[in-house]
Design a protein around this ligand. Structure first.
Ligand SMILES: Nc1ncnc2c1ncn2[C@@H]1O[C@H](COP(=O)(O)OP(=O)(O)OP(=O)(O)O)[C@@H](O)[C@H]1O
Ligand SMILES: [Mg+2]
Length: 295
């Protein structure tokens, strides 16, 4: 980034660091010719919680796999922490960007929780004492008690299995964690627990969290930024309030804003903010509009 210096000269800015991930004109074609990503441009800084949304087949998983180097661009570039994914080994990439699979059962394949979490660090050939240190650290972050270390992941609840899956990614200490459908198959309480946990990771350790989700109330409640994919292209990119206000884009991508946002948009002529995302925000406005005193 630049800013105007003396005599109008463009001076490099010292206040804006390079984004941690830069995606430039990314195209990805599968071997069968499916053009899954088309001219994607995206900057992702550190320490934000981003929701990546879009209908089935829009390219969310393909983009995630390009971000962590599992897939290399057909054309264009993915630059992570200054490294171009085309010239960087998968090991170097996954140490920077972790990807938690849509279904933890597709990721967990070791016979004990300990071995599962240790798998990544062992795979990058860390000495066993450091592997141990990382397993303890990651288990602590996700709240997995050591008593579970000898358990087979298969026998844990889905929520606990997901924590093991996240711990196995954290053990590689990536700065960015992509979680594919973190709340699918969970009840409302579990969904909010997982999201609180992911937001906590961002707040305490400064991670960038990218969630892929179809759950719009979760997007409204947690995301600071929303990126909408449609047929392999970016259709919108902004705050939840900005994105949910773009009715035409949402219609085109078959996405619906949360019901509370739809209600606020219909009631905008009564004074409600069309960017209302949560019930508590709606209630706050209602009280103000009705002249009720705040609690
Ligand atoms: N291995 C593959 N070979 C060929 N085409 C593929 C492959 N994987 C995905 N695709 C196609 O690429 C496009 C993008 O798929 P992708 O899985 O990235 O979408 P998605 O947004 O993650 O979908 P979902 O919400 O269903 O998980 C789709 O047209 C899909 O059919
Ligand atoms: Mg997917």
């Amino acid at each position: 980034m630049t800013e105007a210096g003396v005599n109008g000269a463009r001076m490099p800015s010292v206040s804006a660091p390079e984004p941690f991930i830069q995606v430039k004109s990314l195209n990805y074609l599968y071997p069968d010719g499916t053009h899954a990503l088309k001219e994607i441009n995206l900057d992702i800084p550190q320490g934000v919680l981003i929701a990546l949304i879009g209908q089935n087949g829009s390219g969310k998983t393909t983009l995630s796999k390009c971000l962590n180097g599992l897939l290399k661009p057909t054309s264009g570039d993915v630059i992570v922490d200054g490294l171009n994914s085309k010239e960087t080994s998968i090991v170097q990439m996954v140490r920077r960007v972790g990807y938690v699979f849509q279904n933890p059962d597709h990721q967990l394949f070791n016979a004990s929780c300990y071995d599962e979490i240790a798998y990544g660090p062992r795979n990058i050939l860390l000495p066993e004492d450091e592997v141990h240190e990382r397993v303890i650290e990651a288990a602590k972050v996700v709240g997995l008690p050591e008593a579970y270390f000898g358990e087979h992941p298969f026998f844990l609840s889905k929520g606990m299995r997901q924590r093991v899956a996240i711990a196995s990614i954290l053990a590689l200490r990536p700065r960015v964690i992509i979680v594919d459908e973190p709340t699918t198959g969970q009840d409302a309480r579990q969904s909010y627990e997982i999201m609180d946990f992911l937001r906590g990771l961002k707040e305490t350790l400064g991670h960038t969290i990218i969630i892929i989700t179809h759950d719009m109330p979760i997007v409204a409640a947690y995301a600071e930024r929303v990126v909408v994919l449609g047929r392999g292209q970016i259709m919108a990119d902004g705050t939840p309030a900005q994105v949910f206000a773009q009715a035409d884009v949402l219609r085109e991508t078959f996405l619906e804003p949360p019901q509370i946002t739809q209600l606020a948009q219909r009631a905008r002529n009564l004074g409600f903010d069309p960017g209302t995302l949560t019930v508590s925000h709606m209630l706050e406005q209602y009280r103000r509009l009705a002249g009720e005193p705040a609690d």
